[in-house]
Structure formats: C-alpha cells, structure tokens
Design a binder for this molecule. Structure first.
Ligand code: SF4
Length: 289
C-alpha cells in the first residue's frame, strides 16, 4: 500500500491536489509534485518513497542535532530521496534534489516499518529519527513507523524544514517525541528566493510544536552575506524565546555546497551570533566549528 494521504482528485480532469505541504501542488496524470516523490497515476496519488529508504544509519543523537534530549544515546536514522524545498546551499543535495538526477525507485530495496522497528529492537536502540532528507515528503512511511514505535516504547525524532501543512502536522504530533526544525532565516525573501519555500509555514510549525509541549530544538545555518543581518537574527531569537524560553538553538557554520557560492562562515561571525543569541536564549550552541 503506497497510496498517499492528504490529496483530492478532480473527477473530470483526474488532476490531483496534494495538501501535505504549502506547495499545494496540482498534479496532472503521470506527473509528480515539486518534491519529485509523489505521483498522480490515473487520479490515484502514490508515494514513490513509501518503504524505500536510501539511508539507514546509527548516529549519536547529538548529530541530529539534539543536545537536550537523552544525550549520549544512539539513534537509528532513516531518510529517502526528495525534498519540498530546493535550497541553493543544500548540504544533502545528492538525495534531496532528485530533479537533477532522476531516480529509479523500483530498484530501491523495500524496508517495511516493521523491519525498521525490528532493527532497533535487535540492536537495543530506543530512538528512531526521520532525517537526512525532508521527512514530510515521506509522510506515510514516517507516520506508520512512528505509530509502530509507540507500541514498542521507542522514542521518535523528526528533523525537518518545517514545511508541512497544519492538518498533517497535527495528525503526526502525538506519535513524535522530539523535533529539530531548521529555521533558515527570519526573512520571507530568503525563504522564497534562496529556498523556494514559505517562511510563515515554518514559523507556524514551530508554534504548533511548542504549543503541544514537544521537545523542540532549532537549527540556524549561518551563511555570510545571505542571512547574517543581526537585527533580523535578534527578531528570530525573540520569536524563539516567546515560544519557549528554554528552547535550544544551534547556530551552524555553513560551507559552500550545491549552487550557492559563499565563503565558509567566518569564526568571528559565528562568535558574534553566538554571543548575541546568548543575550536572549539560555541554551545556545555552535555547530560545524
Ligand atoms: S508534498 Fe510534494 S507533492 Fe505534496 S504539495 Fe508538497 S511538494 Fe507538492
């Protein structure tokens, strides 16, 4: 069963509208949405990445990054192909940006949710992360696995860009224990022009997670010349503080990848942002330094 959730089909045209993320793609028969992994087949909408992971690893939980959620633990981490953003600085573009190199999904080995959970049990692991690419676009696989985890006392983690509509997010939240959400800038223009995304959606996702009292950490990748306006960053810190004054913020150093040319974030800029964040938030860390 790989029929997708959150879509409707237009009777006459067989066009499908997907409501999973703010792209709200309208997709003709035979085509996929922006994420490249959800396809309209004669009016039925399917997930091409259901039970098709391309990365399964055991990582330290700090690598997600989560620093205040069961530190010192190991976590089984899974991801698939595809993403609903196309950040020009993407650090994982080889699996996220599949329009650049089309994928033969039939050749990817199927791994069921039960097999994933069994991998955890056999290795004595208590945590699973949906990560590497954007887990929203493999929602059905994540959702089923997360429900199964709850039956086996395994805690679940989502590492996401926050680009998910409210209804699917609220349906998923009861089965997720912790989130790390990427906040790419505090600026609608950056989201639109550099990421092809929607700033307000990620803010709303953060609000909903905080309201539901889930463990929440936030990652901000600092890129010199692109999202390094200190006044904007202060607004971000104030916004996060209003959500939860114990929130954990990771400021991550950027290195040039994919299509965006820039210098590795200077250490002096990292220090300035780290010190500034510390004036507003209690739990601030630097990453990639
Ligand atoms: S999940 Fe994919 S198909 Fe659905 S709206 Fe988002 S980008 Fe489009």
């Amino acid at each position: 069963m790989n029929e997708a959730m959150f879509f409707k089909t237009e009777e006459n045209t067989k066009k499908v509208t997907c409501f999973l993320c703010p792209k709200d793609c309208v997709i003709a028969d035979g085509k996929t949405g922006v994420c490249g992994v959800r396809q309209n087949i004669n009016g039925t909408f399917i997930s091409l990445v259901y039970e098709k992971p391309v990365a399964i690893h055991i990582d330290p939980i700090e690598k997600k990054p989560l620093y205040h959620f069961h530190p010192g633990s190991k976590i089984l981490s899974i991801g698939t192909y595809g993403c609903n953003l196309s950040c020009r600085f993407c650090q994982n573009y080889d699996i996220s940006q599949i329009k650049d190199s089309p994928v033969d999904f039939d050749n990817i080995k199927r791994v069921t949710s039960a097999e994933i959970v069994n991998m955890c049990i056999e290795r004595g692991l208590k945590f699973i992360a949906f990560t590497y690419n954007e887990p929203t676009i493999f929602y059905e696989y994540m959702y089923e696995t997360a429900i199964l985890c709850k039956e086996h006392d395994i805690k679940t983690v989502v590492v996401s860009n926050g680009q998910i509509n409210e209804e699917p997010l609220k349906k998923l939240i009861p089965y997720i224990d912790a989130f790390n959400i990427d906040l790419k800038a505090f600026n609608e223009n950056f989201y639109k022009k550099i990421c092809n995304g929607d700033f307000e959606t990620t803010k709303n996702t953060l609000r909903i997670i905080a309201e539901n009292k889930k463990h929440l950490e936030v990652t901000f990748l600092l890129i010199e010349g692109f999202n390094d306006d200190l006044h904007e960053f202060i607004k971000m810190c104030k916004f996060l503080k209003r959500l939860d004054n114990k929130i954990v913020l990771h400021i991550s150093r950027a290195f040039p990848r994919y299509k965006l040319n820039f210098n590795p974030t200077p250490k002096s800029l990292m220090n300035l942002f780290f010190d500034t964040a510390g004036e507003y938030l209690e739990n601030v860390y630097m990453g990639n330094v």
